[in-house]
Design a protein around this ligand. Sequence first.
Ligand code: NDP
Length: 291
Amino acid sequence: MSAQLLSGKEVAREFRKQVRVRVQELVDKGMPRPSLTVVQVGNDAASTVYVRSKVRACEKLGLGSTMHKLEESVPRGELIDLIHTLNADASVSGILVQLPLPPHLNATEIINEVDSARDVDCLHPANVGRLWLGDSHVTPCTPQGIIEILQHYGIGLKGKRAVIIGRSNIVGKPLAALMLARHATVTLCHSRTLDLPGVAREADVLVAAVGKPEMVTADYVRDGAVVIDVGVNRQTGADGEEVLVGDVDFAAVEEKASAITPVPGGVGPMTIAMLMVNTLRCYEYQHGLSA
Ligand code: NDP
């Protein structure tokens, strides 16, 4: 069997179009333009690439964007002062503090300072709690992107066995909440899970969010399972060029799975698209326009 390719790139295009249309509609009505503010601390190379692509995505959709780049050594108080200033700025719809932060800054403590109404990543403790209660104005970008891919391709979760490998705060844990809300039976695995391939083989829907290139081999996959590869691992190709590799051994797994996301072009484009959606959601929430 050769698996159906689940193209996040294609699904993301639809969401970007919806955001572009909605932004234009708001501007045409004379409303202020929704805007995302990104705060980056230090010069982490991967973060710089991500931040640039987020700002570029905003520009393409007509969303405003502002970037604050702070020195690696910025004192905690100075960063918090900046966040408080942004919280009080009516032109700022969404605030994103790019992670990871340097070791002297506690990410949970810093994100707790962001106005929860402007928390486009859904990482503020109040929003994490609301997410589990099913009552949050935003949902986390990567997990929501996965849900949207499944929905787009008509893959239901009700009654299905979902196994997620990885329990991070940005992917595994919130994805478990979203899948549970859609009536999947969810198993969350991590580095201490015993017989991981055996547990993974129980999955109707298997998600790999580990950060280990091609760790999920065909041995982890039941015949006909749906496989979602969140991993983004940068490797050097044969010609010395940078190649992106997922957490799934794509060539082997696509022979067993019924459907699979590629890397690149799978979950990645959805994460950015959902960030744009969340910027709009935060704006609508602040302006009393939420559905
Ligand atoms: P983290 O490093 O925060 O978490 C990794 C998780 O994998 C942890 O829960 C860890 O377990 C678990 N793990 C590590 N090794 C093993 C192992 N051998 N067996 C089982 N579980 C293991 O990563 P993230 O969640 O931030 O990211 C995961 C991957 O997804 C990365 O490649 C990242 O680049 C990518 N990513 C992609 C995004 C996209 O848009 N496509 C967005 C976000 C992330 P434990 O908790 O026990 O340590």
